[in-house]
Ligand binder design. Structure first.
Ligand code: FNR
Length: 362
């Protein structure tokens, strides 16, 4: 019997579960340790309610916005996630084409299965390149230069991963990931571990755990691209990111795959937004599953949200078309939330349109 057509993004997760080998599904869906933050990322959204306004002319709704001056159809962009070819044979090429079709931005993961060049050649989507800094800085330079040469428009430096978090399902499954094609010819070491996940062993072997704020200057010196810092959760680090010359911040806990008991990102967003004082755009990701979630994030000061797992589930279920459906569903739901709360465009969405738990305490 055919599975019913999904009517929301969550139903794509079930389709993906039915489609994927268990080891891969576990890899994509899982979080770190007790997975408390994984649950919280979603649940914290559900504790925020609306303060909708009525009798506003909402006969026309404009969801469009711009990020670093690139126009996009809605404030919903594709988060960097690893190894899309485990979800679908076309991998990141299919995801990038879906991004182009939806007129949005794709952030290509450092750990992609298709190369920087393949993704660049496949479509005209606006693309950002997500970076982990390598112990070997020459390799980092090479990758950044390749991204720049291939028309990527920004670097997204992921700052929350000096080491990989403990994802216990991957350890139990002895999860093996294919070698990263972008690194072909750059690396000689072959990293294998009997202890569990080879991704963990590989990451710990290669990632530079000594990377610190001073190194942002170095990164800026090797590229002309703007640098967004991903993985910020506190006002202290938000201020440091501004000082370091970041072009933007992504409030993120890495989809709850790194430090368990990190706060839900929607709960940390406002603290970061207030600390940044409008100097640079603040984006967020983690747990966005509904158009109402997108609205809540914008009301709390986000310029846009990124979506991780739902994109992978769409890709696993239906390839490029599935990714398009996921993005379009979120966009349509967001547009409806705008109409029903009295906001004809993004500039109409204010802090007063939502009520958080903290608001209720005061
Ligand atoms: C990720 N994420 C991630 N982030 C990053 O900077 N580089 C990466 O390679 C990956 N890889 C990755 C793989 C998988 C399977 C997941 C689920 C996540 C984190 C990602 O960019 C984003 O922060 C979260 O996915 C957002 O949370 P949701 O939307 O998945 O709830």
């Amino acid at each position: 019997e055919m599975a019913a057509e999904p009517v929301n993004v969550n139903e794509f997760q079930e389709l993906a579960r039915l489609t994927l080998p268990k080891m891969y599904y576990d890899f994509y869906s899982g979080g770190a340790e007790d997975q408390q933050t994984l649950k919280e990322n979603v649940e914290a959204f559900s504790r925020i309610t609306f303060r909708p306004r009525v009798l506003v002319d909402v006969s026309r709704i404009d969801t469009s916005t711009s990020i670093l001056s690139y126009n996009i159809s809605a404030p919903i962009i594709i988060a960097p996630t690893a190894i899309h070819q485990m979800a679908h044979p076309e991998g990141e090429v299919a995801t990038a084409r879906a991004a182009a079709a939806c007129n949005t931005i794709m952030v290509l993961s450092y750990s992609s299965s298709c190369t920087i060049e393949e993704v660049a050649a496949s479509c005209h989507a606006i693309r950002f390149y997500q970076l982990y800094v390598y112990k070997r800085r020459d390799i980092t330079c090479t990758l950044v230069n390749r991204a720049e040469r291939n028309g990527f428009k920004a670097i997204v430096l992921t700052a929350d991963t000096p080491r990989l978090g403990r994802r216990e399902k991957d350890i139990k499954n002895k999860m093996i990931v294919p070698p990263l094609k972008n690194l072909e010819g750059l690396l000689t070491a072959k990293v294998v571990s009997d202890a569990g996940s080879n991704l963990e062993a590989f990451a710990n072997e290669t990632m530079d755990a000594s990377l610190c704020w001073e190194d942002i200057g170095w990164l800026r010196s090797i590229t002309n691209l703007p640098i967004l810092i991903k993985g910020i959760l506190t006002r202290e680090d938000a201020k440091k990111a501004v000082q370091a010359g970041a072009a933007g911040i992504i409030v993120s806990n890495h989809g709850a795959r790194q430090l368990d008991y990190s706060p839900a990102t929607i709960s940390a967003l406002e603290e970061v937004v207030n600390a940044v004082e409008g100097k640079i755009p603040v984006l967020m990701d983690g747990g966005v599953r509904r158009g109402t979630d997108v609205f809540k994030a914008l009301a709390l000061g986000a310029k846009a949200v990124l979506v991780g797992r739902p994109v992978i589930y769409g890709l696993a279920a239906k390839g490029e078309h599935g990714v398009r459906q996921v993005i379009e569903m979120l966009k349509d739901e967001f547009e409806l939330a705008m109409a029903l709360s009295g906001c004809p465009s993004l500039k109409h969405i204010t802090r007063n349109h939502v009520r958080t738990e903290r608001d209720r305490l005061h």
